[in-house]
Ligand binder design. Structure first.
Ligand SMILES: [Zn+2]
Ligand SMILES: [Zn+2]
Ligand SMILES: [Zn+2]
Length: 237
């Protein structure tokens, strides 16, 4: 018989939610890291974007021949020719691990990694520019608290547990609520903690919340007031 998420233990369901959150975050260009110890944060996410247009930054530069302009791919990388040139007498030769110039014995040798395709050009690491022309990028880090919810007993609502400690995690902390519907499909609600504070003043002042027993319930079809945070991964930017 097919197993469903309701068959998972509470602990495993919580991990399941974190995995789904990770996959979804990576679709939005975030690299995911997990804490070494069970610290408060569930996921640390990181991305590099263009400073000017915000597009994901290419962090994997290509190797290009400066003469034939062809790319040296991983399959022909090992064919790059280890040539060298003597700084003193300008002698050009197959250097490999040679330490002295075979002509004048000088030790001042320059590496000339040579193109295996045209055998003339030098291989260089391509300078990374964004498509928009910008040469500058910025890095972003966010801390994420994942809360996973299955349908509650009535089948019409979800619930997440919230504690005062959730609110004290800094300006780049966000909730990612993962709600699994009756068809096992996940729905993602992304709420920066500062937005949550604004949204839930009354809830935050409730005795149960202060006693670490705060539980936020919301309709599983309409998502209540949280609907405006559904799939809002852009709020992490
Ligand atoms: Zn750009
Ligand atoms: Zn070449
Ligand atoms: Zn020489």
């Amino acid at each position: 018989m097919a197993k469903r998420t309701v068959d998972l233990s509470v602990k495993h369901f919580s991990r399941y939610g974190e995995f789904l959150a990770s996959f979804e975050l990576s679709k939005h260009g975030w690299d995911n890291y997990t804490p070494v110890y069970d610290e408060y944060v569930d996921l640390l996410v990181h991305k590099m974007v263009c400073k000017k247009c915000g597009k994901k930054w290419n962090s994997n530069p290509r190797l290009i021949c400066n003469r034939c302009k062809r790319e040296i791919t991983s399959t022909n990388k090992n064919k790059i020719i280890a040539n060298g040139e003597c700084v003193d007498c300008k002698h050009f030769f197959l250097k490999k691990n040679t330490k002295n110039c075979p002509k004048c014995d000088s030790v001042k040798l320059k590496n000339i990694p040579t193109c295996p395709l045209c055998k003339k050009g030098m291989i260089e690491i391509e300078e990374i520019n964004c498509e928009c022309g910008s040469k500058e990028h910025i890095e972003k880090f966010r801390t994420i608290q994942v809360k996973a919810s299955r349908l509650e007993k009535d089948g019409r609502s979800y619930a997440v547990d919230l504690r005062p400690k959730d609110l004290t995690q800094g300006h780049f902390h966000a909730y990612l609520w993962v709600c699994i519907d009756k068809d096992e499909k996940p729905h993602f609600i992304v709420i920066p903690v500062k937005a949550f504070e604004k949204e839930s003043k009354n809830f935050i002042n409730s005795t149960s919340f202060l006693k670490d027993e705060g539980r936020e319930h919301f309709n599983s079809t309409t998502f209540g007031k949280w609907i405006k945070y559904k799939d809002r991964f852009d709020l992490l930017e």
